[in-house]
Design a protein around this ligand. Structure first.
Ligand SMILES: [Zn+2]
Length: 64
């Protein structure tokens, strides 16, 4: 699943598949270990580990 939970306010949201792809691409270019985004509700910065993103990315050819 591509669900992410804000540790401050508990808001949950689902990462779009496109965003997961873009995030992984950005991490490759910047050589960082995690991707950051802001919680839509409270603006808390959420860090998503690169390994988590890779797990979120569907296997090649999968359509979901
Ligand atoms: Zn939040």
């Amino acid at each position: 699943m591509r669900d992410v939970r804000c540790q401050r306010c508990g808001h949950m949201f689902t990462l779009a598949r496109d965003l997961v792809d873009a995030a992984l691409q950005e991490l490759e270019e910047t050589e960082q270990d995690y991707y950051t985004l802001e919680c839509l509700r409270c603006r808390h910065v959420i860090k998503i580990q690169r390994s988590d993103l890779e797990r979120m990315r569907p296997p090649e050819g999968a359509d979901s």
